[in-house]
Write a protein that binds this ligand. Structure first.
Ligand code: ATP
Ligand code: MG
Length: 335
């Protein structure tokens, strides 16, 4: 059976990096079939809707989307498209690999190769609990952690470790102080870990984790944590390896998974062939892992690394003078 993928070309540099990514994927034997769907400004102009129902239907049908960055117009009361997608499909896992690449601006040489798995639907991000007293003197915000939410995110982290040949999962928490919510997350993490004896399990308090990430990032493999800690830690990790042009991410739920670049639409360089396609390509590698094509994922990542190593056709953000498609061709030639 061929796997259909919903393709959202997006705004700004989106179409350019998508063309480059689909070109490279075309050189792998993936069996993918692509279905174009509009979202963002393009969709607003064509259909009067930032996220048309037909696009949601396409994602629901195919269960997998590869998505370029989208513009949510400022003002006009638009909810961020990414937030509405996450809610609509209950995309509970935000998965962000951080890997050191050769010839990129990074403080840490080549030691970092980790994935953060952030719970994306509960924790301290529940807007419903927020309150400021009438006199403005006191503010309150609730945090809710559920067994179900914790279980599925930790299980996802272990399954990811297993399917991608990783050896260790670190659960990051603050259960020593926030005994109720972080305590529940940790207790559930321990229970789930017991079912994966082949994967090493480690617990780490979040403040120590931040220090360890900066001092010895190579000790980490898969990190799993609650929403707010995950938000902070995944950006810390992106900073460790440096370079927005190389950071992919995935939002994963039971019924859909969306793979994307972490960066935005970069209007300053749009339409000029200057965009680095690597973040979306690396998101495509995550997508290959997700559908069980781990060999293709590995080939793609190795070709990217080899191209960076050779400094062949790199784009301006990486210090080169190449263009988006030329860079993609250099990568494709190494597959
Ligand atoms: P948005 O409003 O969609 O977030 P932005 O301008 O904030 O758009 P970012 O993607 O956050 O865009 O980009 C910040 C800076 O990084 C910009 O100067 C942009 O040109 C650069 N940049 C982002 N992505 C890439 C890329 N893939 N290749 C090269 N430069 C990039
Ligand atoms: Mg931005």
């Amino acid at each position: 059976m061929t796997q259909k993928i919903t393709v959202i070309r997006g705004d700004g540099i989106g179409p350019e990096i998508m063309d480059a990514t689909l070109f490279v994927l075309g050189k792998l034997d993936t069996g993918f079939e692509y279905e174009d769907a509009d979202a963002g400004l393009v969709a607003l102009e064509k259909h009067g809707d930032l996220m048309p129902a037909s696009t949601l239907e396409s994602i629901a049908r195919n269960k997998i989307a590869l998505k370029s960055p989208l513009t949510t117009p400022v003002g006009g009361g638009f909810t961020s498209i990414n937030v509405s997608l996450r809610r609509h499909f209950d995309l509970y896992a935000n998965v962000r690999p951080a890997v050191s690449f050769p010839n990129t601006k990074s403080r840490f040489g080549d030691g970092v190769d980790l994935i953060t798995v952030r719970e994306n639907t509960e924790g301290a991000y529940l807007a419903e609990g927020q309150e400021v007293s009438a006199d403005g003197e006191t503010a309150f915000s609730g945090t809710r952690i559920t067994r179900k939410g914790s279980e599925r995110i930790v299980r996802y982290a272990f399954e990811l470790a297993r399917s991608t040949g990783r050896k260790k999962v670190t659960a990051v928490h603050k259960a020593n102080i926030i005994k109720s919510t972080s305590g529940l997350f940790l207790a559930v993490a321990r229970e789930v870990a017991a079912k994966y004896p082949d994967i090493e399990f480690q617990e780490m308090i979040v403040d120590n984790c931040c220090m360890q990430l900066v001092m010895r990032p190579e000790q980490f493999d898969v990190i799993v944590t609650t929403n707010l800690f995950g938000d902070i830690i995944s950006d810390l990790c992106a900073g460790l390896v440096g370079g927005l042009g190389l950071a992919p991410g995935a939002n994963i739920g039971e019924n859909a998974a969306i793979f994307e670049a972490v960066h935005g639409t970069a209007p300053d360089i749009a339409g000029q062939g200057k965009a680095n396609p690597c973040a979306l390509l690396l998101a495509a590698a995550q997508m290959l892992d997700h559908v069980g094509q781990t060999d293709n994922a590995e080939r793609l990542r190795k070709a990217i690394v080899a191209t960076l190593e050779a400094k062949d056709s790199l784009t301006g953000d990486l210090g080169g003078t190449g263009n988006t498609m030329g860079f993609a061709q250099a990568i494709a030639s190494r597959l």
